[in-house]
Write a protein that binds this ligand. Structure first.
Ligand code: AMP
Length: 371
C-alpha cells in the first residue's frame, strides 16, 4: 500500500505554483479538464491513440498535454508515473480510471498524488466493504434475502466484483436463481468463485435519484459536517439499458414474452427533488461522511454520490455509494440548479475539485485533500 506519508513527500517536492491536473480521457474527463482550466491549471490527458481526436474535438476542454498509452492500464508504467510527477500532476480518479486500472493496483502501485483520500477506493471497490460503510452510516439499505432458498418475491442478485449494472439479474424463485447463476457462469459474466457469494436484495420499486455531493474539510460555512462542509452540486438519474425502456415492449408486443431486464448504464438525465426531500438527502450524505471519518480517516474527501431509490412513502433506500466523481455530473459543466446557490459563478464538479486544490495549496493544506 502506498502510504499517505509517501505521497506527502512527493507533494513536498512539487512546485505548487505549477500544479497540473491529470486524468484518463474517458468518463468525466472533459468536465475535469474544462474545470481545471477555468481555475487556471494546466491539464494532462492520459489517452489511447484512437481517443485523442475526441478530446481535440472540444478546444475548451482539450488537455494541454497528452500522454499516450497503448491501453489505459499502462498508466501504472514507471515511465508514465515519472512523467506525471515531473509535470507536478494531481490525478483525478474517475469511474473508468478505477475500473480500467483496478482499485487494488492504484492503492499498491500508483505513486502519483491523487485528489481525495485514496483509501475510499478500497471501501467502495468491494460490495462487502461498501455495505459495511453504509451500515455504519445507518442509512436504509435494500432488505437482504440471506439465502437463495428464501427468494419468494422479485429480487435483484448482484455479485462481488461486477458493478455498474453488469452481471446482475432478477430472480423471483430459488429455481430461477439457480438457472440464471449457471447461465452467467457459463457465459463468463461471473467466475465460479463469485457465484458462491451473491448479494440477494429485494427489488426496491421507486424513483432513482443520484445526488452529487462534495465534502470539503477546508470550509465550514454552509451545511456543517464534522469540521467541514457538505455541498450538494447536482442530481441526475442514470439511464439504463434495457430496463428503462422495457415498458415499450408491452406496447409493441401486446403482452407477448418479455426480454430479460438488464441495467447497463448508457447515459444520464438531469433531476431535481421536491425541496422538502433535500433534508433527507443531506441527512443520508452527512451520515455517510461521518461513518467514513470513523472507518478510514481522513474519510470521504471531495466528490461522491449516494445512489438512492425514493419510495412512495418518500423514504430513500440507498443501494450504493460512488466515492469519487460520477459521470452524472457531466450534465452540469456550467453549474446545476443547486450549485447556483453555493457559488455565484459557474461551478461544475470538475471545477470544484480544482478549486479545492487551489484553496488547499493557498492555505498550506494540500496534503489534506490529496493522497
Ligand atoms: P449497482 O450495480 O448496485 O449500481 O446497480 C445497478 C442498477 O440496478 C442501479 O442503477 C439501479 O437501477 C438498479 N438497482 C440496484 N439495486 C437495486 C435494488 N435493490 N432495487 C431496485 N433496483 C436496484
Amino acid at each position: 500500500m502506498i502510504t499517505h506519508q509517501e505521497i506527502s513527500e512527493i507533494l513536498a517536492r512539487y512546485d505548487e505554483s505549477r500544479i497540473s491536473f491529470a486524468t484518463m480521457c474517458s468518463h468525466s474527463a472533459l468536465q475535469i479538464f474544462h474545470g481545471a482550466r477555468l481555475e487556471g491549471f494546466r491539464t494532462i490527458g492520459i489517452c489511447t491513440p484512437s481517443r485523442r481526436r475526441v478530446y481535440e474535438a472540444f478546444p475548451l476542454a482539450k488537455p494541454d498535454v497528452f500522454i499516450e498509452v497503448r491501453e489505459f492500464a499502462d498508466v501504472l508504467n514507471d515511465s508514465v508515473q515519472q512523467r506525471l510527477r515531473e509535470l507536478n500532476a494531481v490525478v483525478v480518479p474517475h469511474g473508468s480510471f478505477v475500473e480500467y486500472v483496478g482499485a487494488d493496483k492504484l492503492l499498491k502501485e500508483f505513486a502519483v498524488p491523487m485528489f481525495g483520500n485514496r483509501l475510499t477506493l478500497e471501501w467502495e471497490g468491494s460490495r462487502e466493504k461498501m455495505y459495511r460503510w453504509l451500515g455504519e452510516a445507518g442509512v436504509e439499505l435494500p432488505r437482504e434475502v440471506g439465502s437463495p432458498s428464501r427468494i419468494s418475491s422479485p429480487c435483484l442478485v448482484k455479485f462481488p466484483g461486477a458493478k455498474g449494472g453488469r452481471g446482475m439479474f432478477v430472480a423471483s424463485s430459488p429455481e430461477e436463481f439457480e438457472q440464471k447463476v449457471k447461465e452467467m457462469v457459463s457465459r463468463g459474466l461471473i467466475s465460479p468463485e463469485e457465484a458462491q457469494r451473491p448479494v440477494i436484495q429485494e427489488l426496491v420499486v421507486g424513483v432513482r435519484y443520484y445526488p452529487h455531493f462534495f465534502y470539503t474539510p477546508l470550509f465550514s460555512n454552509g451545511y456543517r459536517v464534522a469540521d467541514g462542509r457538505l455541498e450538494l452540486l447536482g442530481i441526475d438519474r442514470r439511464i439504463e439499458s434495457n430496463i428503462d425502456e422495457l415498458h415499450r415492449v408491452v406496447t409493441a408486443s401486446r403482452g407477448g414474452s418479455w426480454p430479460e431486464p438488464s441495467y447497463v448504464v448508457t447515459g444520464n438525465l438531469p433531476m431535481v427533488v421536491r425541496e422538502a426531500l433535500l433534508e433527507k438527502l443531506f441527512d443520508i450524505a452527512s451520515s455517510v461522511v461521518e461513518a467514513s471519518l470513523k472507518l478510514f480517516p481522513p474519510g470521504m474527501i471531495g466528490p461522491f454520490c449516494v445512489e438512492t431509490i425514493c419510495t412512495p412513502d418518500l423514504d430513500f433506500v440507498v443501494f450504493e455509494v460512488s466515492a469519487r466523481i460520477v459521470a452524472g455530473t457531466n450534465l452540469y459543466p456550467m453549474g446545476s440548479p443547486y450549485s447556483h446557490f453555493l457559488f455565484d459563478e459557474p461551478m461544475s464538479t470538475g471545477r470544484r475539485i480544482a478549486r479545492e486544490v487551489r484553496e488547499a495549496s493557498k492555505r498550506g493544506r494540500l496534503s489534506e485533500v490529496v493522497y
